[in-house]
Design a protein around this ligand. Structure first.
Ligand code: UD1
Length: 426
């Protein structure tokens, strides 16, 4: 197993190209299941999760081809997906256990071919993470749901029909499944209290390009007028706001100055507002968002919330920042239970953190010190990378497969702006 060795202390300065968003790419890659015509996605990041979903789609009979010239290795790639001949409607345990987002094939498959059988998902171990809302949404559209031996079977032999979906809490994945399924359901579907994340809008944009009739995405009510057929389309995956936010924190922590090339400020406003409050300087430029440190940083409080609130996917990175900011900061995790697994690892680097239930109080220390640490989930891994960038001496990060699920060309991007990072055999 490989590990990362980071030698801390370097100031980061320069340009970081922001990749296509993993969390947008995964639902977008399920849209081809809705049509017999080819769908091309551009700006896809090269990540383990994308490969896992490609394997699943391949298993179902979806042809995947590299589309056109792909340019430089640092630019995203374009793939064309051809689901004209779906040969298997089962998403097996061996693939689904690697990635929770596999559940996103459920809605499109049942809408187009009337059946889908998906193993109950795995993914990041950040809490219970049920799929009841996905299933309730499909039931509201007329699907029959059965649970058997660890598998969910959704069926609608006569097709789905429009319905009213009332989400008690906004769920990103359940909203995505509902959107894709409703696009081909007969009649009108209304989704009340959907997730409003930018990835939902990106998915709706792609579905509209395929002929779907969707209004209200990004608001608290989405209306979908089902159509008989969807057609092929080409769609560019939106920039990764979590990757951009992670590098923004790196700029602050290293007292650096980074241009996050391609990032869109309106996708990450809550994080940028907090960065300004902490003492960073944020500016929008033609090619992206610039974040720099003006020296002194203030301690802060944050609570994770659904979009447009502060994203749970940025919580761990801001905890690394809090660990080195003078004074007491507080972080409340309100989306997922058990999303503080990075705390013991940060403490191995010398951080002073007390956790009580879903709140962490972080007392800033003058200097973190390099140590051996273990990445526990995707964003927790980035938190350790950030801490390593400012820790004295070497930080060795083990279990890189988490990072490889979500951060494209991590070492190259960091080295390019001045970090000392090496990937070595473990
Ligand atoms: C997505 C993101 C993930 C992010 C999360 C919250 C992808 C691939 N993943 O995950 O990175 O951290 O949004 O922004 O896009 N819930 C239920 N029942 C359900 C579904 C969810 O109770 O059926 C709960 C969850 O336990 C959680 C909350 O709803 O407490 C929000 O989860 P959700 O938005 O569904 O997260 P994901 O779509 O899994």
């Amino acid at each position: 197993m490989e590990k990362l060795i980071i030698t801390g202390g370097n100031r980061l300065e320069g340009t970081v190209p922001i990749s296509g968003a993993k969390n947008a790419a995964l639902p977008l890659m399920c849209t081809p299941l809705l049509t017999g015509e080819p769908v091309t996605l551009t700006n896809l990041p090269r990540l383990a999760d994308i490969t896992t979903l490609s394997d699943l789609l391949n298993h179902m009979g979806v042809g995947i081809m590299i589309a056109g010239a792909n340019g430089s290795r640092m630019k995203g790639r374009s793939l064309t997906f051809d689901a004209s001949n779906i040969t298997d409607t089962v998403a097996p345990y061996d693939i689904v256990r690697k990635m929770r987002a596999s559940i996103l094939v459920l809605g499109p498959l049942v809408a187009r071919v009337g059946e889908a059988i998906v193993s109950l998902p795995g993914g990041c171990a950040i809490g219970n993470r049920p799929i009841d809302l996905h299933l309730k949404a499909l039931e509201a559209l007329g699907a029959n749901i059965d649970l058997e031996q660890g598998y969910v079977r959704a069926s609608a032999p006569k097709g789905l029909r429009g319905g009213i979906i009332d989400f008690p809490i906004p769920s990103v994945g359940a909203t995505e499944n509902a959107l894709m399924a409703a696009a081909l359901a007969k009649g009108t579907t209304v989704i009340n209290n959907p997730a409003r994340e930018p990835e939902i809008v990106d998915l709706a944009d792609c579905l509209r390009a395929m002929g779907a009739q969707i209004e209200g995405d990004g608001s608290d009510k989405i209306t979908i007028e089902g159509v008989d057929h969807l057609h092929g389309a080409t769609h560019a995956v939106m920039p990764d706001r979590v990757e951009a936010g992670s590098y923004a924190v790196a700029a602050l922590m290293t007292k650096g100055n980074l241009l996050l090339e391609g990032a869109r400020a309106h996708d990450m406003q809550a994080a940028l507002d907090l960065i300004s409050e902490i003492g960073g300087v944020v500016s929008e430029e033609k090619s992206g968002v610039r974040v720099k440190s003006n020296g002194h940083l203030n301690c802060f409080g944050l609570k994770t919330e659904p979009f447009p609130g502060f994203p749970t996917d940025m919580q761990a990175q801001f905890m690394a920042l809090a660990a080195v900011v003078e004074g007491k900061s507080s972080i409340m995790e309100a989306i997922f239970e058990n999303r503080f697994m990075h705390v013991p690892e940060l403490c191995r680097l010398g951080a002073d953190i007390a956790v009580s239930g879903s709140e962490a109080i972080i007392t800033g220390v003058n200097q973190l010190k390099g140590a051996q640490v273990m990445a526990t989930d995707l964003r927790a891994s980035m938190c350790l990378v950030l801490a390593g960038l400012v820790a004295e001496g070497e930080t060795h990060i083990n279990r890189l497969y988490h990072l490889d699920r979500g951060y494209e060309h991590l070492e190259e991007k960091l080295r390019f702006v001045g970090a000392e990072v090496d990937r070595v055999p473990g």
